[in-house]
Design a protein around this ligand. Structure first.
Ligand code: ATP
Length: 204
């Protein structure tokens, strides 16, 4: 069982995937909330049946999978529906995240959660690790990666916690304003620190 839970977060395109991969390469268990969220609504899962009952069978595509775009359109145009969906999925995601973190075999576990702060999950972590990036770089990187307009990215950023709010809750910060190669030395340092902390943070 992991003795230390590190919540890794950051805004869209801040570099969470790049940093997660570096922790994984060190043999650290990384639990990805986005992957969990997708697995929870896979065909045959009870949450998918609840969503179908609520929104109708047109929310399921011909392959029996959730039509994410259609669901997103529905919940963005109706705040009550968004609340309903959040109330269904958030407790399930939280439970599964913590279950997997507790089952992880590495000395510490990294829980990669894009909306860690927005959804109040930071209080369940031993450390909060924020990937910080200059907003101009963030915008440019997402536009290039996703081939979307700056306006679309700005809209997403506006729905996320502010850079200041994230940094205010950070125990550790990785600066991703430089080259990709500048991430590994920062992860190396944190890895040593987390191994030490895990030794003294023995959970019951
Ligand atoms: P999301 O929130 O959308 O899941 P993310 O936080 O996981 O994104 P990444 O996918 O790791 O972010 O990075 C966003 C994009 O920016 C990717 O295309 C990545 O290759 C690129 N990128 C990340 N860091 C750097 C860097 N230091 N220099 C250049 N490109 C970078």
């Amino acid at each position: 069982m992991s003795q230390l839970f590190v919540g890794l977060t950051g805004g869209i395109g801040s570099g969470k995937t790049q940093v997660s991969d570096l922790f994984t390469a060190k043999g650290v268990s990384v639990i990805d909330a986005d992957i969990l969220a997708r697995e929870l609504v896979a065909p045959g899962m009870p949450a998918l049946a609840s969503i179908r009952d609520k929104f109708g069978s047109e929310i399921i595509n011909q392959a029996g999978q959730l039509d994410r775009r259609r669901l997103r359109d529905r919940v963005f145009s109706c705040p009550e529906d968004k609340d309903w969906l959040d109330n269904l999925l958030h407790p399930l995601i939280r439970k599964e995240l913590m279950r997997q973190a507790q089952a992880a075999s590495s000395a510490y576990a990294v829980l990669a959660v894009p909306l860690l702060i927005e959804n109040g999950l930071h209080s369940l972590m031993d450390r909060v690790l924020v990937i910080d990036v200059d907003p101009h770089l963030q915008l440019a990187r997402v536009v290039q990666r996703d081939q979307v307009s700056e306006q679309q990215v700005r809209r997403i950023i506006a729905h996320q916690a502010t850079r200041e709010a994230r940094l205010a809750l950070a125990d550790d910060v990785i600066n991703n304003n430089g080259e990709l190669s500048e991430l590994a030395p920062q992860v190396d340092k944190l890895h040593e620190k987390y191994l030490k902390l895990a030794k003294i943070n023995v959970k019951a």
